[in-house]
Design a protein around this ligand. Structure first.
Ligand code: F6R
Length: 611
């Protein structure tokens, strides 16, 4: 949600800022802007629309300077207009970019207006600019860090900030609380800030992660950081782990397609070093994990969106293989509910970004009341990982497409490893562990085979391009897979899609079925297949057109109105992982046929750092 880039250097930084914004565009793309100190004054350029509109404007109206901040927005307060685009300024001498939401901006705004500060936008951010200007005017020494400390103390909500001032043109000041912000340590004579490391891989691969409440001052040659109590602190400089090409589209038309195709490789990376001789290596969870797992009596999973769907699948695994109760809830509900957490509860959060506001808030809300917290996450230095007791990384590499694909399947792999780790402490037979570990080793190859369905799925997608609605059905662990399939289709093709456990059809949704309602089903050859086939008959009898991904075409026969694609045979535990791929490809091809913006679907953003 919103992307920030900032730079202070001995060379012109405009191009670095624009390239940073392009790389952050997945975080929000409704307007963009930049402010630069050109040696005499602060210059600002903003445009509604994508970063390209800002780039085009910059080509006609070049800005130069070695100190600047830039922003790509996902609108919360105020429409996506040029006037609401960041940076926001107070007068001509101070500019601010902000990611997050200031919850008490209304009383602050009223107070500032009463004091005569003029407002030109509908945003919550503009209050920060005026509060800073007021604070600087009160301070004889005009210290920007002191002003940011005083102002952030008045703000309620979440923020990551980048601030520059014409009165201190040698420095860039940054602050964070509740929204991500990382410092890029330059290779000499320059330093940077950004919402995500990806934005800065063009200039550095060394990063420093700010903690909650930190304020930092960056100059060309130095980085100073103070904690929430105002004490100087030092954070380690960490080397970026993934190759720098991980964030490139390569020869693929879209990031989403590239990320779908990366799944065999990233599943392998998520398994790497975590099993040996057919057994799980428990140390993957940290040295103290074993003692904690011994005491677990129930698991509470909390997550949002696609990550929530991964949690729903893990519930089937945990209850079946470990035999302990597992509850799963979306974080936005969980965090505001009076939840009962029996003794011995392991809080398991799942998040690609590790910065999702609701998931983080849920962790903070109950952290003190649970046995321990475990984060399954794709971003090592993220807030969720830092604030959890234990973590297991999904080594999916950067996921740029807004619709989550490889993050989901690697989350499932990590959750199955978690199931094995808990199972070992709660009576899962060694032979079962070995069987599942062996199956997991085969999974990358099976995923590769599933990708070979791509041309056939592209054909199948044509039947959806003119449709307004679609229904997704599954049973058991394949029901959350159907949920994920429906979410993918709606978010990138804008077709209304719903998912149901197939057994629920006759309790209501069957009324929707006619020839205009394509029904997608995931039907592996398992214990539930006969029951599922009966449900599919109910659809055929009402004229519904069926699109079936089946484990065995002998069992579900293609006929008029029934298209069947055969998915490779796989063990029952791994079905939800394998069957996800064809549904991802189906959504992708439908979206391409419809001509939507696949990687940046309307109204969405990748990392939901506001609630
Ligand atoms: C859907 C999607 C979202 C995210 C959700 C949680 O394709 O990407 O539903 O899964 O916003 O995000 P993370 O996993 O970063 O917490």
């Amino acid at each position: 949600m919103c992307g920030i880039v900032g730079a202070v250097g001995q060379r012109p930084v405009m191009e670095i800022l624009l390239e940073g914004l392009r790389r952050l565009e997945y975080r929000g793309y409704d307007s963009a802007g930049v402010a630069l100190w050109n040696g005499e004054q602060l210059q600002r350029l903003r445009r509604a629309g994508k970063v390209q509109a800002l780039s085009d404007a910059a080509a006609e109206q070049p800005l130069a300077g070695g100190l600047g901040i830039a922003h790509t927005r996902w609108a919360t307060h105020g429409k996506p207009t040029e006037g609401n685009a960041h940076p926001h300024m107070s007068g001509e001498r101070l500019a601010v970019v902000h990611n997050g939401i200031i919850e008490n901006f209304e009383p602050l705004k009223a107070q500032l207006q009463a004091e005569g500060y003029p407002f030109s936008s509908d945003t919550d951010t503009e209050v920060i600019a005026h509060l800073l200007a007021r604070e600087l005017a009160r301070q004889p020494q005009h210290d920007l860090v002191a002003a940011v400390a005083a102002v952030t103390g008045q703000l309620e909500g979440a923020f990551a900030l980048g601030v520059i001032s014409a009165d201190q043109p040698d420095q860039l000041v940054a602050a964070r609380k509740g929204s991500p912000l990382v410092i890029g340590v330059g290779l000499g004579g320059e330093n940077f800030i950004a919402s995500d490391q990806l934005a800065l891989l063009q200039v550095t691969d060394r990063f420093m992660f700010l903690a909650e409440g930190d304020i930092a001052r960056l100059t060309c040659d130095a980085i100073q950081v103070w904690n929430a109590a105002g004490e100087p602190v030092e954070h380690p400089v960490v080397q970026y782990e993934h190759g720098t090409s991980a964030a490139d589209k390569g020869t693929f038309k879209h990031y989403m397609l590239k990320e779908i195709y990366e799944q065999p490789e990233v599943v392998k990376a998520t398994l790497a070093g975590r099993t040996s001789n057919g057994r799980l290596l428990e140390q993957a969870f940290g040295a103290e994990a074993g003692a904690i797992f011994d005491q677990v009596r129930q698991v509470q999973i909390v997550a949002c969106g696609t990550s929530y769907h991964a949690g729903l699948i893990a519930k089937y695994w945990l209850e079946e293989l470990v035999g302990i109760p597992c509850m799963v809830e979306v974080a936005s509900e969980f965090r505001y509910r009076k939840v009962v957490l029996p003794q011995g509860t392991l809080l398991l959060t799942i998040s690609q970004s590790g910065e999702t506001a609701d998931t983080l808030a849920a962790l903070r809300e109950v952290k003190e009341r649970v046995l321990a917290s475990l984060a399954i996450c794709n971003v090592p230095g993220s807030s969720l990982v830092r604030e959890s007791d234990l973590s297991l990384m999904t080594n999916a590499g950067p996921e740029i497409g807004v619709a989550s694909t490889k993050a989901f399947t690697t989350q499932l792999v990590a959750l199955l490893l978690t199931t094995l780790a808990l199972g070992r402490r709660h009576g899962l037979a060694e032979a079962d562990e070995q069987r599942i570990v062996t199956d997991l080793q085969q999974l990358p190859q099976l995923l590769q085979q599933a990708l070979e369905l791509d041309p056939a799925i592209r054909q199948m997608a044509q039947a959806f391009a003119e449709k307004q609605h679609a229904l997704f059905l599954g049973r058991g662990t394949l029901y959350p897979v159907a949920m994920e399939g429906a979410l993918k289709l709606k978010e990138i093709s804008y077709i209304h899609a719903e998912s149901y456990p197939a057994g629920e059809l006759k309790h209501g949704p069957l009324a929707l079925v006619d020839k205009e309602m394509p029904v997608v089903t995931v039907a592996p050859r398992n214990d539930m297949l006969d029951k599922l086939k009966a449900n599919l008959q109910e659809v055929r009898a009402r004229g519904g057109e069926l699109f079936v991904f089946a484990g065995c075409a002998q069992e579900v026969k293609p006929e008029s109105g029934v298209q069947v694609l055969e998915v490779p045979q796989v063990s029952s535990e791994l079905e939800p992982i394998l069957y996800t791929l064809p549904l991802q490809l189906l959504s992708y091809h439908v979206a391409v046929l419809k001509g939507t913006d696949v990687d940046q679907p309307r109204n969405l953003a990748k990392s939901v750092t506001v609630e």
